[in-house]
Design a protein around this ligand. Structure first.
Ligand code: PXP
Length: 268
């Protein structure tokens, strides 16, 4: 049986809270609702700039979560020391830039290979399995394996942007992705290529013995494409679930995503 795990990223609840510097919405309530409504894992990102999740949130979530906690972090030394102490079920190493709105690309496993190898070693010393958030390329899969990771999370940002430029009103909005301003037939081709890249990378990663997750920009409209790739065993989804929860409540938003990410098993 190939079950898809849904990691619900609750960072955005903390974004809303930090906007007013009050304890509302309560991140622990979000944790509880996620645990009760179909999440298989809680994903949070302790950023260097602490723009949403705070150290105390991680501690509390680790203490009260019934589900495994996937803690995203950069390879910054201070953060790695904190993560090593906290001992989450898994650490996902991600690139971080202060000025970015969100994680914009995969880890550069080539330029920073020594730093990443050192980070993996430190986390392994604390018995924390490591996933690397990388772009979907064959070379990145091979390098991730060589560096000693147990898992890769494929960055689906390009796929999600192409999908939205082709299938939504995004091109006509202020948030149009300028680099993807192509005629529709080209967008369509590029989208097919992006999906193929994710598929080939997933197959290769699995062959290398890596577990395969995917995430970034996945939503209720595009997630079916990831469900077709059977090597992917986990999706980490934040923005679209929390955005939908404004209208439906968090329970419904998670249940709906869970429905879309539950694989039907063909009984022969
Ligand atoms: N996975 C990783 C490694 C991420 O950094 C993020 C964004 O924080 C996500 C998944 C979730 O992305 P989104 O909020 O676009 O669903």
């Amino acid at each position: 049986m190939n079950k898809m795990k849904l990691g619900v990223n609750i960072d955005h609840v903390a974004v809303l809270r930090e906007a007013r510097q009050v304890n509302d919405p309560d991140i622990l309530q979000a944790l509880y609702v996620a645990c009760e409504n179909g999440a298989d894992q809680i994903t949070i990102h302790l950023r260097e700039d602490r723009r949403h999740i705070q150290d105390s949130d991680v501690k509390n979530i680790m203490m009260f979560s019934k589900l495994p906690v996937n803690l995203e972090c950069s390879i910054n030394k201070e953060i790695l020391n904190i993560v090593s102490e906290l001992k989450p079920h898994r650490a996902t190493l991600v690139p971080e830039k202060r000025e970015e709105v969100t994680t914009e690309g995969g880890l550069d496993v080539f330029t920073y290979e020594d730093e990443i190898a050192y980070a993996i070693e430190q986390l392994h010393d604390s018995i924390i399995p490591v996933s690397l958030f990388v772009d979907p390329t064959i070379e990145a899969m091979e390098k991730s394996k060589e560096l000693g990771a147990e898992m890769v999370e494929l960055h689906t940002g390009l796929f999600a942007n192409l999908f939205a430029m082709l299938n939504s009103s995004l091109p006509h909005s202020n948030h149009a992705v300028k680099e993807l301003d192509f005629p529709r037939h080209q967008l369509s081709e590029k989208l097919e290529q992006a999906i193929e890249q994710i598929k080939l990378s997933s197959i290769h990663a699995k062959k290398l013995g890596l577990e395969v997750a995917a995430g970034h920009g996945l939503n209720y409209h595009n997630v079916h494409e990831m469900m077709k790739i059977e090597e992917i065993v986990e999706l980490n989804i934040g923005q679209s679930i929390i955005a939908r929860s404004v209208f439906t409540g968090l329970s419904e938003a998670i249940k709906e995503m869970k429905k879309l990410t539950t694989r039907c098993i063909n009984l022969k």
